[in-house]
Structures are given as structure tokens and as C-alpha cells.
Design a binder for this molecule. Structure first.
Ligand code: ADP
Ligand code: MG
Length: 585
């Protein structure tokens, strides 16, 4: 193998590489160092964190190592062994190529690195403090590199103050490690935190073995394989069946040529496929690996290289949608837990999404022009909504019937009112929950069989941190061994809900709100989630009695025109609207 020496990039090339902040928090350091280890061909990477990575991060790999003569230069800006010329930027398969990670990390911490190449007689140890090399000595070492980064941001105390509590920083690191493990299945990954082993992911035989280890057997058990190729674009992976959904996009993973990317364009393709098969505001889980010739995808648009630009977005989009549709079509009509999902074929296949592709591509191109790859696809559910402030008595409306088992239609002397039954029920439950007093928890229902839920390590940590919130909300829940919790009783109100799904959605809420650290905000979200879980779903037939009860309940809670998630709960069409509709005006 030819040894590529580390060189300082020409200013001309360096200035054309997307630059920006790489070191934001411990997890960004873990990311850069692990990527270096992978670029060095390691198949065992050991990650040791102390205090969530704030005190120290140590990464040990068995990769090719660094030549003793190159070790000092590696810490200089724009020092890299991975590219030579500007054109190389369009054919990179390595993770790194900017030659900036080590220098940025070194400038804000204390580093000790030990490295040895296979053929070298001895290894080399280097100490770097605040960007300055303090010592370089020969040292015994196995093949590979180990690097220990200590006291992150000690040079900039203000930034250090902005780091979150240990468990949050550790969760960020574990999030990154999860994404990494989902792709590099041949690599053994071990993680310890404060000298305790918390993850040991052995080498896997294939990607599905790795996925089931990282995301849980439940996902693989509820997923369909994808394997398709068109021209020189290929996609592989697993996508969840329509009944297996989450409350956010955190179960959606995309890799392009082995690199994890976060990409709203790919999200859009997935959501187009599932639209109509899953409820609004629910998301599938997907792990998709795309292989695209390097000259058809530009990874040099963002400093962390997590966003990309496609040369042929249309091809990628339809390859994805077609492949997923094909797999999903095999499942036929699926009876979900609460409602029946129409089979995907009934939505007209290709024609159905051509319109959406056009829109998505237009926005993609526009946003790319602005160098801001953002695609939003939030269509208002109702074109109009009622803005009147005065109190409406729902039970005074005359009930006419239900449309598509989802919307309730009423007439009043001068208007027609449509209520979204799920949103309405959610609102009622939410208000009740909020007003539960601690003593009303006596109405708790002991579960006949306590529910035991196993969590991913990062989620377990989050849940532990927020346990008291769940207890306040009336759940009797405790830790139960490693990464596992036990739920012994729930408020009567919640009996019958899918507790596993609830806990998994709740942890996602914790991880999202963790940043705000506003207890009330998290509480509100958890209540909204609990309200949603037990509420009547869309596509559910309601009897007249049930409708009457719902209206009375709506009248009894503090009036609000929206559900706890902020969607409108009802819409009004008055005489004027009808007159315009029928061109009488
Ligand atoms: P980049 O990865 O963009 O090249 P870095 O600053 O991350 O830049 O690293 C600089 C150089 O140091 C790399 O190009 C590589 O040659 C060398 N290097 C860093 N980490 C390792 C490692 N774990 N094993 C082998 N070489 C490494
Ligand atoms: Mg690097």
C-alpha cells in the first residue's frame, strides 16, 4: 500500500472547501476522531468518555497509524493526507478531507496522541496544549492511534459554560455512535462512560444483523427490505411497515456512499411514499443506504459534511419512492391498531407523486441556490379556521354526521361546523390531565403484568433524568436493570394504551426539549403526548352518543380552538362562504 504523507493544502484549495465550526460540543469531537479512525481503516474503535466527554474523550483505533515524522504536522491547519488537488474534492470517499479537525480540536483542549504504523520500529507520543506542541517522544505502542482529548474549551470558558449536563452531552455522543454503527457493520465499536462499559457492538456479518443490534429486533421484525438499482444509482436498506411509526423523524437514517447525511430532500421522498398510509404527524423508521457515483453528489456544501447536493435529484427521488412503494405494495391493506390503512396502490402510484416531486425539486433547487438546503412541507390542514374569540357551545350544534370516520359535521342556524374528532378528543384529555391533582393518582390502575421496556442506552439515560416528570403524570415507573425500566401502574385514564410506544415517544420528547431545560415546557409536551395516545383516532366510527359526549366534554374544558399540538380543532363555514362558493355573490 502506498503511504500518503500528510501535507498542508495549498491556500487556493483550502479556501474552496466549505469551512465553518466543527467543534461545537463533545459529540462533534467524537465524530471527527472516529471518522479519522475509519479513514485509517480501523476495524475496532474504542471510545471512552468521562463526564459526558467534557472532562475527556479517548478514542483508540487499530488503523494504519501516523508516521512519526508526520505526527506534528497533523495538528496544523489544512494538514491532510486525503486530498492533493482541487479535483480530488469531487471523488472523495474518505470522511475527512479538510485537514482542520485535529487543529481545531487541539486549539481548544489538551491532547495526548500515541500512534504507530505497522512497519515502524516504535510509536510516537505527542502532547499538544491549546494548539501548541509541547512534547514529541518515541514511545511503545501497538499498531494504530489513540488520542485523548481533555478539558474541552478550557481556553474559552464562556463556551464551556454552554455545554449541557453530562447526561445530555453523553446522549449526543451516543446518538452519533448509533448513526455510525448503523453503517459500519464490519467495525467493532466499544464505548465506556466514566470507566463503565456501556456499549459493546461486535463485528456483524451483515447490515441487518447490525441494525437489529443497534435499533432493536423490533424494528427489523417490522421492517421490509429494499434493494434496488437504476443505472449507477443504488439503494439498499430497511423501511418500517406502515403501522410501525414514531412521533418524529428520529428513526430516519440516510447514508450516501457510507456517509451519514441529514437531508430534507430524502425525508420528503420518504414522506411522499408513506403519505396516506400513516396518520398525520407520524413518521416511519427507515435506514437507507444510497450508492451514487461521487461525481453525482457534492459533499462539500457543509463543514460537517452532513448535507449534500445531488446532481440528479429527480432520479434519486423516483428511485427512492419507486423502491419503497414496491416493497410496501407487497404488504397489501394493513389493519392498523386503530384504523384501516388504504393499500398504497389505491393512491394512483406514479401520478400521485409526480406533483409532489415537481414541488420538491423546485424547492430543492431554490434552496440550493440560496445555499440553504431546506425543504419544508407543512401544508395547512384547513384552508380556513375560525378566529372568533367568543365562547362557542359545542353541545348546542345540530349533529349531521361523520365524514370518512374522521370529521364530524354540524349545522348551526347560520353556519356549518366541522370538528376534527381526534384533535377535539385530544384537547379534552389534555385539559383533564393538566388538572389532575397529585392525589387523583390514587385512581391508578396496577398493571396485571408490569410492562418492561428495554431502551437504547442514550434513551435510558434521558429517561432516568426525566423520571420524575413521568411520576408526576401518574406513572409508577422505575429503573429495572441495565437500560431497562419497569412500569407498574398507570393513571386509569391511560389504561389500554401502547405503553412501549408511549415510552419511546416520551424519550424522544425529552431529547428534543432537553435543550430548553424548561420543566413546564417538557411537562406540557408529555401531557400532550399522553392526551394523544388515548384519544379516538381518525378513521374511527363514532356513535351519536359518543359525539354528544365529546361535545359536552369540549364545553367543559377551557375553550381553545386548537388541539394540544396546535392544529385547529374545528372550522366554520358561514352563509357568506356558501354564497361565494355558489357564486351568489
Ligand atoms: P482530515 O481528516 O480532514 O484529513 P484531520 O485534521 O482530521 O484532517 O487529520 C489530519 C491528518 O492526520 C489526516 O489526514 C490523517 O493523515 C492523520 N490522522 C488523523 N487521525 C488519524 C488516525 N486516527 N489514524 C491515522 N491517521 C490519522
Ligand atoms: Mg478528519
Amino acid at each position: 500500500m502506498v503511504i500518503k504523507r500528510i501535507k498542508i493544502l495549498d491556500e487556493a484549495i483550502a479556501s474552496r472547501i466549505a469551512a465553518g465550526e466543527v467543534v461545537e460540543r463533545p459529540s462533534s469531537i467524537v465524530k471527527e476522531l472516529v471518522e479519522n479512525a475509519l479513514d485509517a481503516g480501523a476495524d475496532h474503535i474504542e471510545i471512552e468518555l468521562e463526564e459526558g466527554g467534557k472532562k475527556s474523550i479517548k478514542i483508540t483505533d487499530n488503523g494504519e497509524g501516523i508516521d512519526g515524522d508526520d505526527i506534528a504536522i497533523a495538528f496544523e491547519r489544512h494538514a491532510t493526507s486525503k486530498i492533493d488537488a482541487y479535483d480530488d474534492l469531487f471523488s472523495v470517499y474518505s470522511f475527512g478531507f479538510r485537514g482542520e479537525a485535529l487543529s481545531s480540536i487541539a486549539s481548544i483542549s489538551r491532547i495526548e496522541m500515541l500512534s504507530k504504523r505497522e512497519d515502524a520500529l516504535h510509536g510516537t507520543r505527542v502532547l499538544v496544549e491549546g494548539g501548541e506542541i509541547k512534547e514529541i517522544v518515541e514511545a511503545g505502542s501497538p499498531r494504530g492511534t489513540s488520542i485523548r482529548v481533555e478539558d474541552i474549551f478550557y481556553t474559552t470558558p464562556v463556551r464551556r459554560k454552554f455545554l449541557k449536563k453530562d447526561s445530555t452531552e453523553q446522549a449526543h455522543c451516543l446518538d452519533y455512535i448509533t448513526r455510525l454503527a448503523l453503517c459500519n457493520y464490519q467495525c467493532r465499536i466499544t464505548v465506556s462512560a466514566n470507566n463503565r462499559s456501556i456499549l459493546n457492538i461486535p463485528q456483524a456479518k451483515n447490515i441487518s444483523e447490525r441494525i437489529s443490534l443497534v435499533l432493536g429486533r423490533e424494528f427489523i421484525g417490522n421492517a421490509l427490505p429494499i434493494d434496488n438499482k437504476r443505472g449507477d444509482h443504488a439503494v439498499k436498506g430497511f423501511i418500517s411497515k406502515p403501522h410501525f411509526t414514531k412521533s418524529n423523524t428520529k428513526g430516519m437514517f440516510y447514508y450516501i456512499n457510507g456517509r451519514y447525511v441529514r437531508d430534507s430532500f430524502l425525508n420528503h421522498a420518504v414522506m411522499t411514499t408513506y403519505r396516506g398510509m400513516i396518520e398525520a404527524r407520524r413518521y416511519p423508521s427507515v435506514v437507507l443506504y444510497l450508492d451514487i457515483p461521487t461525481h453525482d453528489v457534492d459533499v462539500n456544501v457543509h463543514p460537517t459534511k452532513m448535507e449534500v447536493r445531488f446532481k440528479n435529484p429527480r432520479e434519486i427521488y423516483s428511485l427512492l419512492v419507486d423502491s419503497m412503494m414496491e416493497s410496501l405494495a407487497d404488504t397489501g391493506p394493513i389493519a392498523g391498531k386503530d384504523y384501516v390503512i388504504p393499500p398504497p396502490v389505491s393512491r394512483g402510484g406514479r401520478e400521485y407523486y409526480t406533483g409532489r416531486i415537481e414541488g420538491a425539486i423546485k424547492r430543492y433547487t431554490l434552496s440550493m441556490d440560496k445555499k440553504r438546503p431546506v425543504i419544508s412541507d407543512t401544508l395547512p390542514l384547513f384552508e380556513r379556521e375560525d378566529k372568533r374569540e367568543e365562547r362557542v357551545l359545542f353541545s348546542s350544534f345540530h349533529y349531521l354526521g361523520q365524514i370518512t370516520h374522521t370529521y364530524l359535521i354540524f349545522s348551526t342556524p347560520d353556519s356549518m361546523v366541522i370538528i376534527d374528532q381526534h384533535a377535539a378528543h385530544e384537547r379534552v384529555r389534555y385539559e383533564r390531565l393538566k388538572n389532575l391533582s397529585p392525589t387523583s393518582h390514587e385512581q391508578n390502575q396496577k398493571l396485571l403484568i408490569p410492562e418492561i421496556v428495554e431502551l437504547q442506552p442514550a434513551n435510558f439515560v434521558l429517561l432516568m433524568d426525566n423520571m420524575s416528570l413521568l411520576q408526576d403524570a401518574g406513572l409508577e415507573v422505575e429503573p429495572y436493570g441495565e437500560n431497562t425500566i419497569i412500569i407498574k401502574s398507570v393513571p386509569a385514564f391511560l389504561s389500554g394504551i401502547d405503553l412501549k410506544a408511549f415510552i419511546s415517544d416520551a424519550t424522544e420528547e425529552f431529547s428534543q426539549t432537553g435543550k430548553t431545560e424548561n420543566l413546564e415546557a417538557i411537562k406540557e409536551k408529555i401531557y400532550a403526548l399522553m392526551a394523544c395516545k388515548g384519544a379516538v383516532k381518525a378513521r374511527h366510527k363514532l356513535s351519536e352518543e359518543e359525539v354528544k359526549k365529546l361535545c359536552q366534554d369540549l364545553d367543559s374544558v377551557p375553550f381553545a380552538a386548537t388541539c394540544p399540538h396546535g392544529r385547529p380543532l374545528f372550522a366554520t363555514f358561514d352563509i357568506g362562504d356558501f354564497e361565494r362558493m355558489f357564486k351568489r355573490r
